[in-house]
Design a protein around this ligand. Sequence first.
Ligand code: SAM
Length: 290
Amino acid sequence: MTADAAPRGWVYFGDNLPILQSLPAESVDLIYIDPPFNTGRVQARPRLRTIQAESGDRVGFGGRRYLTVKLGHQAYADIFDDYLAFLEPRLREAYRLLKPHGSLYFHIDYREVHYCKVLLDSIFGRECFLNEIIWAYDYGARTRRKWPPKHDNILFYAKDPRHYTFNYEAVERIPYMAPGLVGPQKAARGKFPTDTWWHTIVPTNGRERTGYPTQKPLGILRRILQASSNPGDLVLDFFAGSGTTGAACLELGRRFILIDNNPQALAVMRQRFAGLEGIVWVVPELPETP
Ligand SMILES: C[S@@+](CC[C@H](N)C(=O)[O-])C[C@H]1O[C@@H](n2cnc3c(N)ncnc32)[C@H](O)[C@@H]1O
């Protein structure tokens, strides 16, 4: 890429509200956000590395001993006194920034989704609500005291419910559950996904994994981008975390704006996009720690 070619993406470090306020109205085609879920916890994930060591407590191939060492951990606080008051001005900015045919995907969990739906209805209008997507997975601890919650909710809104981007043909199809019932041609083509998406979490040892807590799978973002944006479109994620939205945009030829205020998210994104040209880093100088 030459120096004067258009950027493929911008990564901003800082609180998203003033950054959103500085962006021009009706400038983005699609917004995906995955804000902290207000779990009341610090979301943390240790960074581990397994090394060969005589003192190791795990025995591997050829009787070699291995030790797991903790390199540090990545974390952000997911605790809010007034969660909706935090979200509301940011969602109002999201609405302002969307182009007339644009749409919003808002990723949340079962504890907050109903409050967020009411808030988003008040900003977008109830008629602009198109879907509640259920992302179902099957991983992690299971309570025995109630039905184990194993899904996230993704609310899908269009700014104008009569005219919005939705590329039915561009979405990757999935296998039928009972292919024998639909005939060989249909079975070979696969079916269009419904509003219930079965998808694994980011595999713990997969290449995709960055180690950032609450990282979302690329497969979920790919499907959203295929349906609700076109090549060259500008996609905004202002709770970017490990930059999954940016990684999906790079794969599918969309441009992106990512924002996060956690220095660890910034470090993960720098590593994830290392060596790629055309990414603009908007990072104010951090104050020196005393
Ligand atoms: C659930 S995580 C996003 C994970 C992301 N979808 C991924 O795949 O890695 C939420 C992110 O929002 C960021 N965040 C929270 N409050 C913020 C704020 N006021 N401004 C910018 N980022 C914020 C956190 O640092 C965290 O990285």
